[in-house]
Ligand binder design. Structure first.
Ligand SMILES: Nc1ncnc2c1ncn2[C@@H]1O[C@H](COP(=O)(O)OP(=O)(O)OP(=O)(O)O)[C@@H](O)[C@H]1O
Ligand SMILES: [Mg+2]
Length: 185
């Protein structure tokens, strides 16, 4: 009787193996292109801001490819947008919805939606005009401590800043920042 042949490890992958490896690589490349979307709903209470700040930092660090400096900037952007939603947009006990959309190595998008139940009723069109006005004010000559959030902070650190009227009332503020050379981790 012949001895059992030792099993031989193949040095060269078969065609089928190569094809399957390629398709895994293609899939993971495709995954990199896919957007990851995360939404958080908080009640209108400043208590939740510190947790949201931590969350923003972690998302930017782990899922976007932006540098740490940009992670700090996005924390400020989220702070400004959510503080506005709490102060002006949603009444006490109502919600603010924050949505992050990350395309790793490409962009981060943030949506902040309120319910329009708060003290300030402004349409998307009015908000666009408010920001345009604010952009033309020289920040070194500003006398008020207020009115800087959108025009001086959010607009400076994003490529797109736009407003949408929600069908059920309130506003959604949408910002996009594209990842450019020198801004990577
Ligand atoms: N979510 C919102 N709903 C309704 N009105 C808003 C909303 N966000 C901002 N506004 C209006 O737009 C104005 C400008 O907002 P912005 O954040 O630039 O300044 P501010 O909140 O007044 O001051 P700061 O952000 O510097 O403390 C606000 O004063 C408010 O009238
Ligand atoms: Mg503000």
């Amino acid at each position: 009787m012949e001895d059992a042949k030792p099993s031989v490890t193949k040095a060269n992958p078969t065609q089928a193996e190569t094809a399957s490896k390629q398709s895994v690589a293609q899939k993971s490349e495709k995954n990199m292109d896919e957007a990851v979307k995360i939404s958080i709903i908080i009640p209108t209470n400043a208590y939740f801001m510190s947790g949201l700040r931590d969350f923003t930092m972690n998302i930017v660090r782990n899922m976007t490819g932006f540098s740490e400096q940009w992670a700090f900037r996005f924390q400020s952007v989220v702070d400004e947008l959510v503080n506005n939603a709490i102060e002006f947009g949603s009444a006490t006990g109502k919600d603010v919805t924050i949505t992050f959309v990350s395309r790793k190595g490409k962009s981060i998008e943030i949506f902040v939606a309120d319910t329009g139940t708060g003290p300030t009723k402004k349409t998307a069109q009015e908000m666009t005009a408010t920001v345009e006005q604010g952009k033309h004010i020289d920040p070194t000559k500003m006398t008020s401590l207020r009115g800087r959030g959108l025009a001086q902070i959010v607009a400076n650190w994003t490529d797109v800043l736009e407003f949408k009227d929600n069908p059920e009332g309130g506003l959604t503020i949408h910002v996009v920042k594209y990842l450019e050379e020198g801004e990577q981790l």
